[in-house]
Design a protein around this ligand. Structure first.
Ligand SMILES: [Zn+2]
Length: 308
């Protein structure tokens, strides 16, 4: 089995074959066992300040808001218990009573693995609805259907589905060294894997080779898939790779990177170990923390758990 990283491992049964049945969804909404996660401006409500958890609430107090058009998502079933998410942006404070909205990126590492994945599902869907209110084909306002999993156009009858944008993220390795870049938008000494969005008409391997070459000038040969991670900011699928650096000389794309550098395996291993135990020390080079797949790719290669 593959390794499961933050935002992956969703335990819910999405019941995708049944969720287009509006009567069934309505029966789930009135089930007293049903739970709903309100998100206010894409931030989930939470309970507990020391170790916050998602504030799963009863549906009843939210029913009026749902009937007045708040975006509602059927997330899935855990056994018999249905789970929903609702866009609670602008809800009055009585509804949001003891829940404190928290940024999903801050919260995710503190949640049990499956909960972070459910949060990713809810956040990506609610964000997609907020940004896709009009038909991409004819411009008419669209309506939510299939319990939040489709938007339909009443004018031209087009159906629009929520999407995930594929991103490749990779560690180019050459013998005992690996290539990392430092983003120009991020000050300090944080390095990470190179990454970029896939473009239409290219394979995953071609995307890996193009991105590494564009950003660093390094040519890439073999490409090996490692693992992937949903990343709900707003809705990408991070697909992680090791790839073979064929050339050594670095020419950074100044639009993307402030710097790129080859790191020895031992040095990278030390960076991974530091990132796993605490916040960045600005006097030392660093990699992202364990929530990010970049960390996991660096860990797997630098500890010799994976090779090309
Ligand atoms: Zn249309």
């Amino acid at each position: 089995m593959e390794e499961i990283y933050c935002f992956a491992g969703n335990p819910l049964d999405r019941a995708s074959e049944r969720r287009r049945d509006a009567a069934w969804i309505l029966s789930l909404l009135v089930d007293p066992a049903a739970r709903i996660l309100p998100l206010s401006d894409l931030r989930p409500l939470t309970r507990g300040s020391v170790s916050p958890v998602l504030d799963w609430q009863q549906v009843a107090p939210w029913r009026d808001r749902i009937e007045h058009g708040a975006t509602l998502i059927f997330l899935g079933l855990d056994g018999e218990r249905p789970y929903f998410a609702v866009d609670a942006s602008g809800a009055d404070s009585a509804l949001a009573r003891d829940g404190e909205p928290l940024d999903a990126r801050t919260l995710a590492p503190l949640l049990p693995a499956g909960e972070a994945a459910i949060l990713a599902e809810a956040r990506s869907l609610i964000d997609w609805h907020a940004r896709h209110r009009f038909c991409a084909q004819c411009g008419a306002p669209t309506r939510v259907a299939s319990a939040g999993w489709v938007r339909r156009c009443p004018e031209c009858k087009a159906s629009h589905y929520p999407r995930s944008d594929p991103v490749t993220i990779m560690l180019a390795v050459r013998g005992e060294r690996a290539l990392l870049g430092r983003n120009k938008r991020r000050p300090g000494s944080r390095f990470s894997c190179l990454a970029g969005f896939m473009e239409p008409g290219e394979t995953i391997e071609e995307c890996v080779r193009r991105e590494v070459h564009e950003e660093s000038g390094v040519r890439v040969g073999r490409v090996r898939y490692l693992a992937c991670q949903p990343w709900p900011f707003p809705s990408t699928l991070m697909m992680g790779f090791l790839c073979e650096g064929l050339t050594e000389e670095i020419t950074v794309d100044p639009e993307e990177l402030a710097e790129a550098r080859w790191f020895e395996r031992e040095e990278l291993r030390a960076m991974v170990a530091r990132a796993a135990t605490g916040p960045d020390d600005p006097t030392q080079v660093s990699v992202p923390g364990p929530v990010a797949i970049a960390h996991q790719i660096c860990r797997r290669w630098s500890y010799g758990l994976d090779s090309l």
